[in-house]
Design a protein around this ligand. Structure first.
Ligand SMILES: *Cc1c(COP(=O)(O)O)cnc(C)c1O
Length: 390
């Protein structure tokens, strides 16, 4: 089956639910048994049978199955946020005394967790240049248990060579964890690229409508039980209602992402040609240093990228952002609407420096008509120019 066909059919079983197209929302804490023998032989955690609400209901299982199958993983577990997916995955593989390598361009809350929790618990955390590729070999130690990747990096969009990193990590017996929120199960076949544990903020494109907080960890067979048990031990449970919304959103991820990618490319090319723009950082652009790796490893791109402006006064930058009418000013991305933030990436790194030479915007292109989005940015540049000359 081609992936759009699979996306339409995975994770549902109408025959089981009176012909209903979608798996309904099942809510429960308790599951009661007809007799003691049934209770005492109830299924173990991780089996796709309702055991107790915390281990999920058929609604949860439907989402988990759909995402795992789309991505080509073994199993998946839904958790209450993308960050919970990251922290559960990390805790499944690193313990006191272990060494963990983390990309310097990692999502800032991931770094906070490493700094405040993992280090406090005796994990040796080391950040590496995201462009290191096979050079990561020089950083591997006998106690290196995991390498954490994110491609492209949060805010700065450096494209990592995950297959090269995975080859080194696997040769040394380390597990490769990757935050694949940008690539999504639709555009990035994480397991074919050497990832062992693929982590998604399903809050973003998987849900797709800016109304759900949800995370999903997808693993290969070898890494499944450690992840499932860690999620169990921390007591993480994603709400069945949110899982329903997550799967409802996931059904249309293909049309949304293809549309948003096409718009994002148009907007990015338009921005690249503007005199006010120093550089657009978007691996899907031919001009991007990560383009070749992106083309090799990804089947498409998220509609999220960075745009570095030529240096301007703070008030001119604020005038640009404030003049935008279609772009919401706010965190998150992957929903149906366009968003803008100003990023201060250098504050979030330690192994490398980030000095793009001008203020940096992060743009998320939504489902609006690309012509209208471009007209809105044009309005922003007019406001920038008049504020700069004032
Ligand atoms: C948003 C985001 C997360 C965290 O997801 P939440 O659901 O907000 O906790 C993790 N990684 C990346 C790359 C993100 O953009």
């Amino acid at each position: 089956m081609k992936k759009d066909t699979l996306l339409t059919h995975v994770g549902r079983d109408p025959g089981r639910y009176d012909g209903m197209v979608n798996t309904p929302v099942f809510r429960t804490s308790t599951v009661i048994h007809p007799n003691l023998a049934s209770y005492e032989t109830r299924p173990a955690e991780g089996e796709k049978v309702v055991r107790y609400g915390r281990y999920g209901t058929p609604t949860t299982f439907a989402l988990e199955e759909a995402v795992a199958q789309m991505e080509g993983g073994y199993r998946a577990v839904a958790v209450p946020s993308g960050l919970a997916a990251i922290t559960a995955a990390l805790c499944a593989f690193v313990k006191t005394g272990d060494h963990l390598l983390v990309a310097d361009s990692v999502y800032a809350p991931t770094r906070n967790f490493c700094e405040r929790q993992l280090k406090a618990n005796g994990v040796e955390v080391e950040y590496y240049d995201p462009l290191i590729g096979a050079g990561v070999a020089a950083l591997m130690k006998p106690n290196t248990k995991a390498v954490f990747c994110e491609a492209p990096g949060s805010l700065t969009f450096e494209m990592q060579d995950i297959p090269a990193i995975a080859q080194v990590a696997h040769a040394r017996g380390a597990v490769v964890l990757a935050d694949t929120t940008w690539g999504t199960p639709y555009f990035f076949r994480a397991f074919e690229r050497g990832v062992d544990v693929s982590i998604h903020a399903a809050t973003k494109y998987i849900s797709g409508h800016s109304d759900v907080m949800l995370g999903i960890v997808v693993t290969n067979e070898r890494c499944w039980m450690p992840v499932r048990k860690t999620v169990t031990d921390y007591g993480y449970v994603a709400s069945p209602d949110d899982c329903y919304l997550g799967l409802r959103g996931f059904r249309t991820i293909g049309v949304r992402m293809n549309h948003q990618m096409a718009s994002a490319l148009r907007v990015a090319r338009w921005l690249e040609a503007r005199g006010e723009v120093k550089r657009v950082i978007y691996p899907a652009l031919e001009s991007d240093p990560g383009h070749a790796i992106w083309k090799r490893d990804f089947e498409g791109a998220a509609s999220l990228f960075a745009c570095v402006l030529e240096p301007v006064a703070d008030r001119a930058l604020a005038a640009f952002v404030d003049a935008l009418e279609l772009f919401g000013i706010g965190s998150s991305w992957g929903g149906f609407e366009s968003l803008v933030t100003v990023v201060h990436a250098d504050a979030c790194r330690t192994a490398t420096r980030w000095n793009p030479g001008g203020p940096t915007l992060r743009l998320h292109i939504g489902l609006e008509d690309a012509d209208d989005v471009i007209a809105d940015l044009d309005r922003g540049f007019e406001a920038l120019a008049s504020a700069a000359t004032r």
